[in-house]
Design a protein around this ligand. Structure first.
Ligand SMILES: NC(=O)C1=CN([C@@H]2O[C@H](COP(=O)(O)OP(=O)(O)OC[C@H]3O[C@@H](n4cnc5c(N)ncnc54)[C@H](O)[C@@H]3O)[C@@H](O)[C@H]2O)C=CC1
Ligand SMILES: O=C([O-])CC(=O)C(=O)O
Length: 330
């Protein structure tokens, strides 16, 4: 007998990332080529027609793994029995808006979606927050869904991780599959710290293979930190294809495991490892097995790295305070 379908929620499903993610999930990129799925697509009423169009296309694609598509603007219906929830919907920053305004809009969205997930999702639901500010949206979700175990709520920094792999591979002129164990520390923002100190390329330590510390501490770090903005400038739209692909990587490794000897970066609840602030959603190197992640321990951190971890950690604490103020004012 075949496997039972798994219900996968995509919020913001009529948007750029949602459109790319729906097809990638439907072709098995997220949960594997043997795992049937039922897609739950959520967007807001103004996007309802576009959302129905996405559903029509998914039917037209005659996808063997897809056993149903629910397209809805009702958050409670969308969350019913979902085992995986990819939260892409959110309020984007618009011209003239202060950070606080964006935060307060997203705090309300993530508060109500947390309540719907808590009430309706399958026990053990795994949540990935993509929408910005991703780490803090995930934290708000956690604060408002106390019955979902904190380790089940994560934020996407895998795109930044993959961007770092890509930059090193391009610089060395090697295939990206030979580059591994880079780390994204901290926030999915321009304060994130992309770190190659423990990474390898073709089995050699990346710093030895590159022999270019100035690039590694300079252009490499700023390119990865600013890559999202650079793509928006080029395309006039967000990095939808690579964000969707990386969201699939994140969930696939979480559910099906990481390769032996390899870690990936995930935004997870911080236990204070490596001097990161506790109780914020912080990106760490993690290994996954049996559907659980674990922070890789015992890596050496020099003064330079500690300084960078502090900067991004401080930003997350500030974001948390702002978000809690917004919550208190609701
Ligand atoms: N963590 C990461 O690596 C990345 C995060 N992002 C973020 O992902 C988010 C989505 O990006 P795009 O798809 O390009 O944006 P988009 O604007 O094309 O799509 C967002 C969708 O969310 C919907 N939406 C808004 N409020 C909603 C709500 N309350 N419930 C459900 N749906 C809602 C909108 O109607 C829209 O269809 C943005 O916040 C963006 O900044 C983008 C790239 C990378
Ligand atoms: O700011 C954005 O929407 C884009 C973003 O997060 C990214 O591409 O990393």
């Amino acid at each position: 007998m075949g496997k039972a379908p798994v219900r996968v929620l995509i919020t913001g499903a009529a948007g750029q990332i949602g459109y790319s993610l729906a097809i990638q999930v439907s072709r098995g990129t997220m949960l594997g080529p043997e795992q049937p799925i039922i897609l739950h697509l959520l967007d807001i009423p103004p996007a309802a027609q576009s959302l129905d169009g996405v559903k029509m296309e998914l039917i037209d694609a005659a996808l063997p793994l897809v056993h149903g598509v629910l397209a809805t603007t009702d958050v409670e219906e969308a969350c019913k029995d979902v085992a995986i929830a990819v939260m892409v919907g959110g309020f984007p920053r618009k011209a003239g808006m202060e950070r606080k305004d964006v935060m307060s809009k997203n705090v309300s969205i993530y508060k109500s979606q947390a309540a719907a997930l808590e009430k309706h999702a399958a026990k053990g639901v795994k949540v990935l927050v993509v929408a910005n500010p991703a780490n803090t949206n995930a934290l708000i979700l956690r604060e408002n869904a106390p019955s979902i175990p904190p380790e089940n709520i994560t934020a996407l920094t895998r795109l930044d991780h993959n961007r770092a792999l890509g930059q090193v591979a391009e610089r060395l002129g090697v295939h990206v599959s030979g580059v591994r164990n880079v780390i994204i520390w901290g926030n999915h923002s321009s304060t994130q710290f992309p770190d190659v100190a423990h990474g390898t390329a073709g089995g050699r330590p990346i710093p030895d293979a590159l022999r270019d510390e100035a690039w590694l501490r300079g252009d490499f770090v700023s390119t990865v930190q600013q890559r999202g903005a650079a793509i928006i400038k080029m395309r006039g739209m967000s990095s939808a294809l690579s964000a969707a692909s990386s969201a699939c990587d994140h969930v696939r490794n979480w559910v099906l495991g990481t390769e032996p000897g390899t870690w990936v970066s995930m935004g997870v609840i911080s236990d204070g490892s490596y001097g990161a602030p506790k109780d914020v959603i912080f990106s760490f190197p993690v290994k996954c097995e049996g559907g659980r992640w674990e922070i890789v321990q015992g890596l050496s951190i020099d003064e330079y790295a500690a300084g960078k971890i502090k900067v991004t950690g401080d930003e997350l604490v500030e974001e948390k305070e702002l978000a809690l103020q917004c919550l208190a004012g609701e």
